[in-house]
Structures are given as structure tokens and as C-alpha cells.
Design a protein around this ligand. Sequence first.
Ligand SMILES: [Zn+2]
Length: 75
Amino acid sequence: MAVRIELSCMSCGHSTSEVIVPGSGRPSFRELRLAYEAEGNAGGPLWIGDQPRCPRCKGQLFMEGMERAALRRAS
Ligand SMILES: [Zn+2]
């Protein structure tokens, strides 16, 4: 199983590119980073330490896509 994750900025609304993360639950930042780096981090977040940040404004990001993934599995 895998989940499709997109990160959105709380400050400016910018969204990163989607990434597919293996697993069935909410991925850790580490798992997200590995998934983005496997794709060259193209369109991905800016990494500050272990934290993903908005590449535009360095704002905090939140995860989108978990609900959509859950809906897709249920249907
Ligand atoms: Zn931003």
C-alpha cells in the first residue's frame, strides 16, 4: 500500500508536488524526505533540518491527501 501526499503551505498556500509514500498511514517527515529525494526533490519542499518547509516563503507545511487516499480505498 502507498499513500499519495501533497504538502501545502499554511502561510502562502503554495503546494509541493505530489509524492507517493509506501505505507498505509501518515508518513513521518523522514519517510517523506526519502520519497521526495527518490524523485530528485523536484517540486518538493525545502528541507530545514528534518522539517519540510515551503520553498517559497519557508512557512510551515501541512499534509494533504490522506483523506482523499482513504476515500479512494473505501470506494
Ligand atoms: Zn509558503
